[in-house]
Write a protein that binds this ligand. Structure first.
Ligand code: AMP
Length: 120
């Protein structure tokens, strides 16, 4: 995947366009480094995607930048606090083989229903 560790906007990246406001989204939360919006195909009563403003392709890419990784976790914390979530599941799919379909790192934040383990 080109653009590993790329800081800024990646042309033709769906989530870069959402962050830039070029594609509409239902914003739930934002801070300096993260942007969160409702998933178009929700899998739980609360299903929010939180993305880095800078382009990283996946969590393996993001993990090469410790500060950016911490900023995404801080964004998840901010989102959860804002929405009053105490019990929630955070999913970061990495690779098409486990269901990643958008190659801009994003955490699914799911809440509002019982969830089984192990995940499917
Ligand atoms: P993943 O399969 O882990 O890469 O997650 C991608 C998620 O993005 C899926 O849950 C989709 O439903 C969601 N999605 C795709 N396009 C949009 C969009 N334009 N706005 C909101 N969510 C989207």
């Amino acid at each position: 995947m080109p653009g590993r560790g790329y800081l800024g906007v990646m042309p033709d990246c769906l989530f870069c366009k959402i962050v830039a406001g070029e594609i509409p989204s239902t914003k739930v939360y934002e801070d300096e480094h993260s942007y969160a919006f409702r998933d178009l195909n929700p899998q739980a009563p609360t299903h929010v995607l939180i993305v880095t403003r800078d382009h990283f392709s996946d969590v393996a890419d993001l993990g090469g930048d410790a500060a950016a990784s911490a900023r995404l976790l801080a964004g998840i914390r901010g989102l959860a606090r804002q929405e009053g979530l105490t019990d929630f599941r955070t999913v970061l799919n990495t690779g098409a083989g486990v269901g990643q379909s958008v190659f801009h790192v994003h955490a699914h934040v799911l809440a509002g229903r019982p969830m089984g383990w192990p995940p499917g």
